[in-house]
Design a protein. Structure first.
Length: 151
């Protein structure tokens, strides 16, 4: 595929119409249609869209982790007395930080025969949690380790 044709890929992925792409690249609308109908072009477009999607997902996970870390730091500061106050504003901030953190952390549970509730955490989620809690000088107790093999 020619570099000229590759320039169409981000434009198509951005939702531009063939007539807009033709104006942007200085070619005819028919030429754009012919290129976008090409099997190789379609494969390259799909690859580009997967890469963009993956990049977006990674950026989102990173931002959620950063926000979770900020929430952990804030809650730790409140708990340690570094942020004091009894006003409504502090109560609202603590409630909001707690609610956000509650939504950011993965929570899949199962109830065992003895009615114990176990939290299921995937390895990648555990790594994220370990990094977050290490940043605020905490630890994950052994009870939160991954699933044990049953004999």
């Amino acid at each position: 595929m020619k570099p000229y044709h590759r320039r169409m890929i981000p434009l198509i992925a951005a939702g531009m119409r063939p007539s807009q792409i033709a104006v942007e690249l200085g070619c005819s609308r028919e030429h754009v249609h012919a290129i976008t109908a090409n099997h190789e072009f379609k494969e390259e477009l799909a690859r580009y869209q997967r890469e963009v999607s993956l990049g977006f997902q990674q950026a989102l996970v990173t931002e959620v982790a950063r926000d979770g870390l900020r929430n952990l730091r804030f809650l730790k500061a409140v708990r340690s007395g570094k942020i004091a106050g009894k006003g409504e504003q502090l109560r609202v901030r603590v409630a909001a930080a707690t609610a956000l953190l509650d939504r950011q952390l993965p929570k899949r549970t199962e109830v065992t025969e003895d009615r114990t509730i176990r939290l299921k955490i995937e390895p990648v989620e555990r790594q994220m949690l370990e990094a977050m809690v290490a940043e605020v000088d905490q630890y994950i107790p052994p009870q939160l380790e991954g699933p044990q093999e049953q004999a």
